[in-house]
Design a protein around this ligand. Sequence first.
Ligand code: UD1
Length: 341
Amino acid sequence: MKTKILVTGGTGYIGSHTVVELQNAGYEVVIIDNLSNSNANVIDGIEAITGIRPAFVEGDCTDINTLRKLFEENPGIKGIINFAASKAVGESVQKPLLYYRNNLNTLINLLDLMPEFGVKGIVFSSSCTVYGEPDKNPIDETAPIKPATSPYGNTKQISEEIIEDYIKSGAPIKSILLRYFNPIGAHPSAMIGELPLGVPQNLVPYLTQAAAGIRAELTVFGNDYNTPDGSCIRDYIDVVDLAKAHVIAMKRMLDGQDTDAVEIFNLGTGRGLSVLELIDSFERATGVKVPHKIGARRAGDIEKIWADPKKANEVLGWTAQVPIDETMKNAWAWQCKVTAK
Ligand code: UD1
């Protein structure tokens, strides 16, 4: 019998890619998503890639009764991957309660129901934002947590603490906290990818829309940082590589006998790229020019951060594989497909 996994936020960007990898690895998946930032036809894309249609519940995880019903109707769920969360930094400053309600209530409801329904483990989507502006790079998991600079970032810090406190209290569950660096790209089939609603806030969707002529030009937020070319540096990680790490984490949590009840891993490549280097890589990989100009710094941006992924490499046996040019080609293929619709 296949092991059954609940993926909250499973029609979203990282969620959908993870469902594909879970199904490819032989897991049975149940998705719950309220479609607040995604579309139900993502399920068609997942089916087209894997040949399997995951079970789908349209619902909101902030409502514990919806979740209870889901667990009753889908008995035997062994693990949860929790992607259901709001993630726009700027919006979180405008609407803090929305962020605290969505991100924290969802997590608390899931944790609350896990023992009752015999769910053994939860993988939590955390973020490198918990490190703030690092004192040194690359940054490993032992680096200090810095005060959050946005309600969004704060929800990630608080969520990590909630999970740790709950497990310390004796709850019979395990958890793996995955601190993502900057996920980008799309599935190589171009059947699923990132679908930002409205004007994209993140770099790569804005870049591909500018290349496609949907946006006049990309603004590079600052070229006067203390970096080799003056633009900010991030650790951009291919979304399929990231998705695969979730499958390994789930297997470790459910099958591992002697693993700690809470484990934390950075998920990044270990390579820092500047905004200008990323634009170069896109142009090199696709032969398409990105209209862009240099603009002012964006408030709250970190100057430079990239991962030390050694722990994930050694303990999980996971390493980011996809070369950046490949990731850029996939992001462009997805943009072309979305534009053609
Ligand atoms: C932010 C959050 C991260 C969150 C992620 C998802 C922080 C510090 N980081 O990452 O926790 O998980 O969003 O939404 O809160 N850029 C431009 N022009 C643009 C857009 C971006 O130059 O039009 C630059 C930014 O200045 C930055 C880089 O591109 O240097 C990446 O930006 P973005 O994709 O928004 O991600 P982060 O801010 O790194």
